[in-house]
Design a protein around this ligand. Structure first.
Ligand SMILES: [Zn+2]
Length: 504
């Protein structure tokens, strides 16, 4: 009989098990079509190891969360569930309940969890659950109990609620729009969690919600008025020695009570006995600043005709942002309004991408080089002759840190056509937000060769297109993401709220 080896006597505590999960959606409640389970299945539906496969090493908040926990020898990451769909209409009750049930089933199967990292967007709305993120975070809190730290990230377009803050120990929003600091935000949130688990930090978070809804047009964080607001947030963080101060710009296209701006300040109770008061004071001071500057956050609103009338003054290629048809805000991405203005106005040398599966199918039946007549985009009666230039499977990869942190894009079968006027139109089978120049270059198009590029967004496309476009023009177009929020019929928003009401 062999003697067994002597047991090692040095005690190694079991690593702390950190769950990772999220349901992520930006919901535009003014869109008629609903967001369903198929939209999440065609988007991202990742369970356990698949989360790591998709995001490890990318430029996403989940990449940052993974990196920090992996590098902590006393922590073990337990990836559980992450579901995300392209921004769109109200999430059906059935869809949300199935997502939640699956996530909670996987939480049960994950075994003991010492903490959870969460990645909500913060502007999710489901039928019967207007504060979807507040709801799932509360269900998670209920399951884990009050002693298990729950810390995570938010998109600054979150319509943050008290329920989200009450259900978590710390939420940190990206500080850029376009969102190019998602990974850093994940790193900050995971470090806060590690410090909390090790007993080095005792976070307390406070929320302030000023009665101001910020126009989407004024949410570009590299320009005023955002620069001043973010600078104040940083200054207050320093002054009070806070862990984090987040600016929530809000998402105007959701008819929910929480719609509008917000500020979350996180302080460390182990650092100061008045930490909570300091966090409250910082959040309140930011609220006061925003209220006093509210007119500057209301937007300029330049129409397409005025923009085209002065087009030659802009250094080219100019980026024209089609605000009313903002795919990242849930819009269909098929409006031909700007294209029609270009065609009738005799403008050539522009690029535009439209979501139009029917026209792609027609192009695939024609040979490259043939001229066919297409009813382009949203089928509003705009019909024109085009020459089919290229066909592709619509897949491409982005490696740089762009808005959204996406790596693999799949536009579905895609066609490139050119109008007889000389404008280039890309037609996609799947709705694809314009966050990557690879969308053009992967199909052999040189962005520098155009006089103007039309992108279906407001701020997000700037992260990619500012590399080639010296001028950026936000165009006030109609649609479900039009710049002027006062044109929508809200029933559930807070009253009073600027710009709907001027005084409180
Ligand atoms: Zn966002």
């Amino acid at each position: 009989m062999r003697e067994s080896a002597p047991k090692k006597l040095d005690f190694q505590p079991a690593p702390r098990r950190v769950g990772l999960l999220g349901i992520y959606h930006e919901t535009n409640t003014f869109i008629e079509s609903a967001t369903t389970l198929a939209d999440f299945q065609n988007g991202y539906w990742l369970e356990s190891g698949r989360i790591r496969e998709e995001y490890q090493g990318a430029n996403h908040e989940i990449s940052g969360l993974i990196e920090v926990i992996d590098s902590a020898p006393d922590m073990e990451l337990v990836p559980i569930f992450y579901a995300m769909a392209t921004p769109g209409g109200l999430i059906t009750k059935d869809c949300y309940e199935q997502l939640l049930d699956r996530m909670m089933q996987l939480v049960d199967e994950a075994g003991r969890l010492d903490a959870c990292l969460v990645a909500p967007h913060g502007a999710g709305v489901a039928e019967a659950y207007p504060d979807m993120d507040g709801h799932w975070l509360s269900v998670l809190r209920e399951k884990l109990g009050d002693e298990v730290p729950v810390i995570g990230t938010l998109d600054p377009h979150a319509n943050v609620s008290q329920a989200m803050v009450d259900a978590t120990n710390g939420l940190i929003a990206y500080a850029t729009n376009p969102h190019v600091d998602q990974k850093q935000t994940g790193i900050a949130a995971a470090r806060l969690l590690v410090g909390t688990l090790r007993g080095e930090i005792s976070p307390v978070q406070l929320l302030a919600k000023p009665p101001v809804a910020i126009s989407i047009e004024q949410q570009f964080t590299s320009n005023e008025p955002c620069l001043g607001l973010y600078a104040l947030a940083q200054a207050l963080k320093q002054r009070f020695g806070l862990v984090s101060v987040s600016v929530l710009l809000g998402f105007p296209y959701a008819d929910v009570y929480e719609m509008g701006s917000g500020f979350i300040a996180i302080a460390d109770r182990s650092h100061s006995p008045v930490a909570a008061d300091q966090a409250q004071e910082a959040a309140s001071m930011l609220s006061d600043f925003l209220w006093n500057q509210k007119q500057a956050f209301n937007g300029r609103k330049s129409g397409i005709q005025a923009v085209l009338a002065g087009f030659e003054q802009y250094p080219q290629p100019a980026l024209l942002l089609d605000m009313g048809d903002n795919i990242g805000g849930g819009a269909p991405g098929n409006s031909t309004l700007i294209l029609e203005q270009l065609e009738t106005g005799g403008f050539s040398g522009f690029f535009i991408c439209l979501h139009d599966p029917e026209s792609v199918a027609q192009c695939r039946e024609a040979e490259a080089g043939t001229v066919i007549s297409l009813a382009l985009g949203g089928k509003n009666g705009f019909q024109t002759s085009v020459e089919v230039r290229a066909l592709s499977d619509g897949r491409f990869k982005e490696d740089a840190p762009r808005h959204g942190g996406f790596v693999h894009y799949d536009m579905g079968p895609t066609a490139v056509v050119i109008t007889l006027n000389g404008n280039t139109v890309m037609l996609t089978t799947r709705r694809t937000p314009p966050y990557s120049l690879r969308q053009l270059t992967a199909l052999g198009l040189d962005p520098n060769a155009f006089r103007g590029i039309v992108a279906k967004g407001v701020n997000a496309p700037i992260a990619a297109y500012s590399d080639v476009c010296p001028s950026i023009i936000q165009v006030d177009t109609p649609g479900v993401t039009q710049a002027d929020m006062t044109l929508f019929a809200y029933q559930n928003r807070k009253v009073p709220l600027f710009p709907f009401e001027e005084h409180v």
